[in-house]
Design a binder for this molecule. Structure first.
Ligand code: SF4
Length: 372
């Protein structure tokens, strides 16, 4: 069996580890590219969300390099995510591909069904062994998320452009090679030390921006033209509201983000008191959260036509007014170009700097590069 899944940020490191432990060969699709998107857009309904189109491209590319089994996360409404897997499977079969398709429904939907999926991949696997495997793979993924979070915070201070990104790649390689619990623990410290060792100018006055929005757009750099790296290299300290291991973890404590889902929902409540699907409510709650933390601004990312984020977008002006925080909303589809996005981001940063000049006390003090 040669199994594959869509590309999304650093998820492939975790999947490689997880399937390896289950004795199944993992086929990483080629990194998402313009070709991936063109393939996906060509074979998807025009009105489908951008992530679905990129997923289709990933699956086609994975099948072309020898995958015979595809796995996709399941889910439920109220947005279209619950239909993703069904639609994707149908499109690929209509194209003539022969493969096994696995929908992995959330752990919270039923432990037995969740277990049976893994047991079908690795016959004889006990629940106890599966639990041990998930726990150790998850610990590795957590450590990788911590590295990425620290890189978002520190890139703004790097003395030499690109050093943080290079260090992050090196740190990921250290993590990828770790296998036992002891190795993972040692690799987590070693790889974090690699990030911390990047030469930096801690006295630099930086803008602080929170990134909120739709899950996939936040986690897959290809879909947002590497916005986080671009912002970091423009000297912007970043915090992000969505992390892959926070999403997977069944307890919703949001350990990487640092604010439990319940806390964020409470902050959203005066503006939006119900689940609208995706991250719509979390976007509003996190906007309030970043405003309360004194951030200079917030950037919301969404796929064009994303229902939950469009609901959030329509509420944002009220939040902005009450919390006095500038927000830039960036919507992406296959027609979006990088140059236009960068121009809008540059104009937004100019606006934030102008606000800073009028509020000199709000500047980040030297040496306050916060820790993860
Ligand atoms: S959250 Fe938005 S982009 Fe994601 S599936 Fe739902 S509607 Fe589509």
């Amino acid at each position: 069996m040669r199994i594959s899944a869509p590309q999304m940020g650093n998820l492939h490191i975790m999947l490689d580890d997880l399937f390896g432990r289950l004795g199944v060969e993992y086929v990483q699709p080629p990194p998402s590219s313009t070709k991936t998107l063109q393939l996906g857009a060509k074979h998807s309904p025009e009105f489908a969300c951008l992530p679905l189109k990129i997923n289709i491209g990933n699956f086609i590319e994975a099948l072309e390099v020898g995958a015979d089994t595809l796995v996709m996360a399941g889910g439920h409404g109220p947005c279209r995510f619950g239909y993703y897997g069904i639609v994707e499977e149908r499109i690929l079969r209509d194209l003539g591909y022969d493969f096994r398709f696995i929908m992995l429904e959330p752990f919270s939907d039923g432990v037995w069904a969740f277990y049976k999926v893994f047991e079908s991949l690795s016959p004889g696997l006990s629940i106890r062994k599966l639990w041990k495997i998930l726990k150790i793979s998850f610990s590795k993924a957590r450590a990788i998320d911590r590295l990425h979070k620290r890189a978002l915070q520190l890139r703004a201070y790097e003395a030499n452009r690109g050093d943080t990104t290079r260090a992050l790649h090196g740190a990921e390689e250290i993590m990828a090679a770790a296998h036992t619990a002891e190795e993972i623990e040692a690799a987590a410290s070693e790889s974090m030390a690699v990030i911390e060792a990047v030469e930096r100018d801690s006295g630099r006055d930086v803008l602080r921006i929170g990134i909120v929005g739709e899950f996939y757009l936040l986690l897959e750099p290809f879909s947002n033209f590497g916005l986080e790296e671009t912002l970091g290299q423009m000297g912007v300290y970043l915090e992000r509201s969505v992390w892959v291991t926070d999403w997977i973890a069944p307890n919703s404590n949001n350990v990487i983000y640092g604010y439990p889902k319940k806390t964020i929902e409470k902050k959203a409540e005066p503006f939006l008191d119900q689940n609208v699907g995706g991250e719509g409510r979390e976007t509003i709650g996190s906007l309030v959260n970043f405003a309360e933390m004194g951030f200079d601004g917030v950037i919301q990312l969404l796929p064009f036509g994303c229902m939950p984020e469009n609901i959030a977008t329509s509420i944002i002006p009220r939040v902005q007014q009450e919390h006095d925080i500038p927000v830039l909303t960036l919507a992406f589809d296959e027609q979006t170009g990088r140059a236009g996005m960068v121009t809008r981001v540059e104009a937004f940063l100019d606006l934030l700097e102008a606000r800073r000049r009028n509020r000199p006390g709000a500047a980040l003090k030297p040496g306050t590069a916060a820790s993860a």
